[in-house]
Ligand binder design. Structure first.
Ligand code: HEM
Length: 421
C-alpha cells in the first residue's frame, strides 16, 4: 500500500509539471482580455528596448488586479510576461544604467502572482524555458523548425535557440523521469529485472538530452540581482517591501531534471556546489521541488539495492546511467567553456592589454562579462561544474569513470588553444 501511494504521488507530481508529448500544449498562449496591456508590452519588449522606450511605456501601463486569473497555466503565463517586462525594465540601458526600484505597476502584481505560484519574482527556468513555447503548426513535430517562443528578450535568434534547445533537452528527458517511479517501485518490490529495464530507459533518455543539447549554438545569460556588482544593493519592489530584495538569475541549474537523477542515483554534492544546487531548488515550482524530495527520501536507496543484489546486469545498468550523467555534465562543461569562459577570458586579456583596435573592441563587446564580474574570471563556475561532474562519477559501483580525466584534457586543450589565438 505504501509503495502504491508513493508511486501514485510521484505520478501526480510528474503530470503536474511534465510536458506530455502526446498533447504538448501545456503552455497557455493568451491571458484574459483584461491583461492585454501586459501581453502587448511583453511581446514588444525587444522592440521597446531597441527604441529605449520600454521604461516610459511601462510607467504608462495601468496597475492591474491579479484575481481574474484562476488557473495554474494562466498564472505561469502571467509570471513569464511580468518577468520579461521586469528584465527589460531593469536592463533597458545595459549594465551601466540599471535601476534600483521596480515600479509598483510591475512589482505589486508580480509579487502577488509569484506568491500564488510559489516562485520568486524574477525570470526563472520555469518561465523562460518551460512556459515559453508553442508549436507553429499544431499537427507538426516538436522540433526547432516548428517551435517558437511566446515571449523573447533582445538577442533574436540566439535567445530563441537558447530557450528552445533547452526545452528540447527537457523534452528528451521525459521518458527518463517517467521511469523513476518504476525504479522506486522495483526496488521496493525487490524486482531486479524491472529496475534494470527502468535504468536502461533513464540511460537512453540522458543520452537523448545530450544529443538535443548539441543543437545549442549560442548563449544567453539571464541577469540577477544577487551577487551582481551592477545591482549591489538588490532591487526594491515598490509597494511590496521597502528593503531591496536579492534573487539569482535564471539558469538551467533550476531545471529539476539533473536534481531528480542525482537523487535517484545517490549523487552527493560537496559543500559549495551542494549549497548552490540546493538554493536553485527555491527557484523551481514547488511541485518540482517536492518531486526531488520524494525521490531522495525513498528507502531502500537504489544504490544500496544494487550493491546488495550484486547482479551483474543490474550493476552495469546502474553504472551506465551514472556514465551518461557524467557524459552530459562533461558536454555541458565544454559548452560553458566554449560560449562563456573562453570569450570572457579572451576579452579580459584584451582589456588588460588595452590595445583598443577595432576588432579587439568587437571581441570585448560581445563577450559575456557576467563571469568576469564575479571577480573569478569564470574559474569558480568552472570548478563548480567540474566538481558536480566528478561527484557524479564517484557513485559508480565499479569506481570513478576514467572518461572524466579524458574530458578534462579535451577541455584544457580546447581552452588553451583558443586562448592563444
Ligand atoms: C549555452 C548553454 C548553456 C550555458 C552557457 C550554461 C551555463 C551554465 C552556467 C554558467 C552554470 C553555472 C551556474 C550558474 O551560474 O547558473 C550552469 C549550471 C548548470 N546548468 Fe547550464 N548552461 C547551458 C545549458 C544548459 C542546459 C541545456 C542544461 C540542461 C537542461 C543545463 C543544466 C545545468 C545544470 C544542471 C547546472 C548546475 C550544475 C550541475 O548540476 O552540473 N545547462 N550552466
Amino acid at each position: 500500500c505504501g509503495i502504491q501511494t508513493r508511486t501514485q504521488q510521484l505520478s501526480f507530481f510528474m503530470t503536474l509539471f511534465l510536458v506530455d508529448a502526446k498533447s504538448p500544449f501545456v503552455s497557455k498562449t493568451e491571458l484574459p482580455k483584461y491583461y492585454q496591456p501586459w501581453m502587448e508590452t511583453a511581446r514588444n519588449v525587444p522592440k521597446l528596448i531597441d527604441s529605449h522606450s520600454l521604461r516610459t511605456h511601462i510607467h504608462q501601463m495601468p496597475l492591474l488586479e491579479t484575481h481574474f486569473m484562476k488557473s495554474h497555466r494562466e498564472l505561469r503565463l502571467a509570471h513569464l510576461a511580468l518577468s520579461v517586462m521586469t528584465m527589460g525594465y531593469v536592463w533597458q540601458e545595459g549594465d551601466r544604467d540599471t535601476v534600483k526600484v521596480l515600479p509598483r505597476i510591475l512589482a505589486v502584481p508580480y509579487c502577488e502572482v509569484s506568491q500564488r505560484l510559489g516562485l520568486p519574482p524574477i525570470l526563472t527556468h520555469a518561465d523562460a524555458v518551460l512556459a515559453n513555447w508553442k508549436k507553429k503548426d499544431p499537427q507538426g513535430p516538436l522540433d526547432m523548425e516548428n517551435l517558437e517562443l511566446l515571449l523573447s528578450l533582445p538577442g533574436g535568434e540566439s535567445v530563441r535557440g537558447f530557450f528552445l534547445v533547452t526545452m528540447l533537452v527537457e523534452l528528451a528527458a521525459v521518458p527518463g523521469v517517467k521511469a523513476i517511479p518504476k525504479v522506486i517501485a522495483g526496488v521496493r518490490q525487490g524486482e531486479v529485472a524491472t529496475v534494470t529495464r527502468a535504468l536502461d530507459s533513464i540511460s537512453l533518455a540522458i543520452n537523448g538530452m545530450k544529443e538535443a543539447f548539441k543543437l545549442m549554438h549560442g548563449v544567453h545569460l539571464c541577469c540577477r540581482w544577487k551577487d551582481n556588482p551592477c545591482m549591489a544593493e538588490g532591487l526594491v519592489y515598490e509597494g511590496v517591501q521597502a528593503e531591496p530584495m536579492e534573487f539569482s538569475g535564471g539558469s538551467a541549474a533550476q531545471s529539476s531534471l539533473l536534481h531528480c537523477f542525482d537523487e535517484l542515483l545517490g549523487v552527493k554534492h560537496e559543500t559549495k556546489s551542494g549549497t548552490f544546487l540546493t538554493r536553485m531548488r527555491d527557484y523551481m515550482p514547488p511541485a518540482h521541488k517536492q518531486l526531488i524530495q520524494d525521490i531522495s527520501s525513498h528507502r531502500p536507496s537504489l544504490r544500496d539495492f544494487v550493491l546488495e543484489r550484486n547482479n551483474a546486469g543490474l550493476v552495469s545498468a546502474f553504472d551506465r546511467c551514472v556514465s551518461q550523467l557524467v557524459s552530459f555534465r562533461s558536454y555541458h562543461i565544454n559548452v560553458v567553456s566554449r560560449f562563456i569562459a573562453v570569450p570572457a577570458a579572451r576579452a579580459k586579456q584584451l582589456r588588460s592589454q588595452d590595445q583598443g583596435s577595432e576588432p579587439d573592441q568587437a571581441i570585448i563587446g560581445k563577450a559575456p562579462t557576467a563571469l568576469e564580474e564575479r571577480g573569478t574570471g569564470g574559474s569558480a563556475i568552472m570548478s563548480l561544474l567540474k566538481t558536480a561532474r566528478d561527484q557524479t562519477s564517484n557513485v559508480t559501483i565499479h569506481g570513478p569513470l576514467s572518461s572524466t580525466k579524458t574530458s578534462d584534457l579535451t577541455l584544457i586543450s580546447e581552452l588553451s588553444s583558443r586562448l592563444s589565438l
